[in-house]
Design a protein around this ligand. Structure first.
Ligand code: DAH
Length: 367
């Protein structure tokens, strides 16, 4: 109330008048109640609670314009109004926040009781992994990967490899022939025909490694299977000697069994190599030390027979159109199952073809 004689500009204090304050409060409360989400409430806060242009904020600034004796009253009224609006705002904010949280929890809920996806990951076949690993060793030495057909012609499988039709070595191969009889077609008994195909198809020098499936008419037992994998290698160049063969095979043996094992070449016979040899690797389990025997891996031999090899017979080079007076070469062939059985301690060759994923899993899952 202005003191007698004192004049106050009514327009400047209008906003602090009780009716005006009550109207501001009513408007603020109505907006607060009708705000249905946090965004709307944030807008209400600016318009009615704390924004620079909120009526209550503007009114507060007017306090100073009141005559001193009116200030306390007006200040109290203003405080009460502001407290009422703030309380309503706080309550609504808590309400809307709780609603939002409940909604988010509901919408983003994960039902942990749902059964999990049961599709198990498979495993690469251990023979595929082993074959790839060994091929990589040769590719790193500059070899190319070569392939040949599994249904092969007699000429590639035998004749060009220095095994004429009456050659006694043929009988060791238990060949599966393809009808009609006399077609000369058969299931390749080894990967060695890829040697001939590579020499015919490529320019010299030739350095190839050929993994693949081979077939023989063998009954399946613990160590035999009518289908098995081989890894063939061939190097034909000028000046290739048996020393190159030894060095290459030592690198190969190391990749298969690890470092620090001796290798030895033992004389042997194959129709397509001369001289021929078997590669033995020192047993990775007992190292030939009697203190570590009896040894299941090598049956106390101290050595493990790994593969057949030798210097390519000049007749083979000639059959493939290569001049043996200028070129020489070495070759080797290894049974993949046998190598895997030795390396991984697999007792039954059958395990490789049974197709039970539990067999492959321990060898590691590779993508
Ligand atoms: N092809 C022979 C087999 O299946 C293995 C073999 C021996 C391959 C000596 C070669 C080799 O390339 O030089 O028994």
């Amino acid at each position: 109330m202005p003191a007698p004689g004192e004049t106050v500009d009514p327009s400047r204090v209008h906003s602090l008048d009780p009716d005006q304050l009550a109207a501001a409060v009513t408007a603020a409360l109505a907006s607060i109640t009708t705000a249905t989400d946090l965004d709307a409430l944030a807008a209400v806060r600016t318009a009615h609670v704390q924004g620079d242009n909120a009526p209550l904020v503007l009114a507060r600034r007017e306090l100073g314009a009141l005559p001193r004796e009116d200030r306390a009253d007006a200040g109290r009224r203003h405080n009460a109004a502001r407290a009422q609006v703030q309380a309503a705002y706080d309550t609504r904010l808590a309400q809307l926040t709780a609603e939002r949280d409940t909604r988010v929890l509901r919408e983003e809920r994960v039902d942990v009781t749902l059964p999990p996806a049961r599709r198990r990951r498979g495993a690469r076949h251990p023979l595929s992994s082993l074959s790839d690993r060994l091929v990589d060793v040769f590719v790193a030495m500059g070899y190319e990967v070569a392939e040949g057909p599994e249904v092969e012609h007699d000429w590639f499988n035998f004749e060009a490899l220095n095994m004429a039709p009456d050659h006694p070595a043929r009988s060791m191969h238990d060949t599966l022939y393809v009808e009609p009889a006399g077609s000369g077609r058969l299931l390749r008994t080894h990967t060695s025909p890829v040697q001939i195909r590579s020499l015919l198809a490529r320019d010299l020098p030739v350095y190839v490694v050929a993994p693949g499936r081979t077939y023989r008419n063998d009954a399946i037992d613990a160590t035999h299977s009518p289908v098995f994998g081989q890894l063939e290698g061939l190097a034909v160049d000028e000046g290739i000697t048996m020393a190159d063969l030894r060095g290459t095979l030592a690198t190969f043996a190391e990749a298969l069994f690890g470092t620090g094992l001796s290798t030895r070449l033992r004389p042997s016979y194959f129709p397509f190599t001369e001289p021929s040899a078997e590669l033995d690797v020192q047993c990775f389990s007992c190292h030939g030390e009697t203190a570590r025997q009896p040894c299941r891996v090598c049956s106390d031999e101290g050595w493990i027979e790994i593969l057949g090899c030798g210097m390519v017979d000049p007749n083979v080079l000639r059959a493939a159109g290569v001049d043996p007076t200028r070129y020489s070469g070495f070759a080797f062939g290894m049974g993949l199952e046998r190598a895997a059985m030795i390396r991984y301690g697999v007792r039954e060759i059958r395990d490789f073809v049974d197709g039970d994923v539990r067999f492959g899993l321990p060898f590691g899952i590779e993508d």
